[in-house]
Design a protein around this ligand. Sequence first.
Ligand SMILES: CC(=O)N[C@H]1[C@@H](OP(=O)(O)O)O[C@H](CO)[C@@H](O)[C@@H]1O
Ligand SMILES: [Mg+2]
Length: 547
Amino acid sequence: MSAFSQVAEYSAKHPKPADITFEYGTAGFRTIGVTLESTVFRAGLLAALRSQSKQGQVIGVMITASHNHERDNGVKLVDPMGEMLQQSWESYCTDIANAGSDDQVVDILSYIVEKEGIDLSVRAKVAYARDTRPSGPLLQKALEDGLAALDVDAANFGIVTTPQLHYFVRCLNTANSTSPYGEPTEAGYNKKYGQAFLRLVEGKPLPSTLHIDAANGVGAPQVLKLAEAIGSPYFNIDVQNSDTATLGKLNIDCGADHVKSNQRPPAGTTLVPGERYCSFDGDADRIVYYYSDDNGVFHLLDGDKISTLVATYLRDLVTAAGISDLQVGVVQTAYANGSSTSYIKDTLRLPTVFAKTGVKNLHHEAEKMSIGAYFEANGHGTVLFNPSAVAKLQAARPESPAQADAINRLWTLRDLINESVGDAMSDMLLVETILICKGWTLEQWDAAYTDLPNCLLKVVVNDRSIFKTTDAEQQLTSPPGLQNVVNSLVAKFSKGRSFVRPSGTEDAVRVYAEAASRSECDQLAYAVAGAVFDMAGGRGERPAEFL
Ligand SMILES: CC(=O)N[C@H]1[C@@H](OP(=O)(O)O)O[C@H](CO)[C@@H](O)[C@@H]1O
Ligand SMILES: [Mg+2]
């Protein structure tokens, strides 16, 4: 019996909608949830092959559409160390998702087996989970059929955050190694991060309550379980937007994406000056902080502010530890506020590089650094300690109690950080640790530098595939002539910067702009958006605000 003998029969239960072309983009597949049944079924098949290609290591499958609308859903594959699927497999995902017939699905599987030299006698192992979306159960069933069709050894982790699933995958694949990552259970996750947090803050003055907006998503029940496991006044939380049961609430007027995009608090939240607020996104892999000053002005502490806070703290600990050749670096994207980049380069004097949008790109750049902090401006990121940094920490011989303490804290911080992927809950504990240890308010944290006014717009065009970029997406090479126009517009504004790139997750082109003042920034953004609309096939009516 061929290994794929059952695939066509199972596949027939999950027919592909004829009129949709799927693409494995920046964040896996993502579109209207109920249209994704065939895609998720086929993602299960690919996860099985990926596991076999990795000698039976566990591959993760997460069903989520993160900050997107509740009607949307998505699926992405997680590689053995909890990182995003290796890029070279993304085109296999796209190809199999678009196969027109059940037989073609089987043909593509056979093609991959031959191309990758996969040993089909290896038992495939897959760990999967989903978020709280209403289309989740339907898609989970489709996934389970895909796994059954290939007789996969499958583990269902239920309804958890995306970073928790990444963590479980890493735990499962390191369980028998010399450095197991942790216990692959919710309790194990809460224990690992919670205990590291308590070890780091022990003896410091107690912080005030942290207000958490959980976007009415899976982060709500999970952060409550984390708080219960920590069980200490060091982590005293008030969770808002925690309704995962009522349809239509997920990510609506709340959550990290809402707060970052609109630069205002979640609807219904009145900020009390002096108190601490943060927002997760719908699958709890992003976090932003914010507060109101005494004049009632809203201030956002986004991914750039988090990465500078964390990088500064780590740099100071490395210095205090007396480890001279251990370098902390920062990875950003072009969406990082220009003030943050100048601050990292000129004040902190730390190396910094730009990666393309999408955390997998930042992750790979951070891996090249000894200790690499990477964050997208929207609040998705983490810190990586590469093997050379771990070896240097191991080899460090403290010459004073202060050095011993710094080394110890660096080790414990490694336990506090989810190195597999950006994680709102782990990042929150990291920020809380630093604020508690420094005795800082959000206003004190915010004082490091002032963001330049910035603006992010979308332009809908007939064909966004004509947009090609270079230099970490900061320059357009196509459509011809458009970059010259952008350059001439930018030159008119003090501290002006603007770039244009096609979105990897939405059918739109994004325009980013920043400048010395709010009005200059808006003028620049609308002028660039107008040029994009006019020169590159804007679709529909030209928005009135475009210049
Ligand atoms: C400007 C912006 O925020 N872009 C987001 C968005 O990507 P786009 O390719 O820009 O659509 O979704 C990605 C996945 O969640 C996230 O990694 C990225 O930061
Ligand atoms: Mg997310």
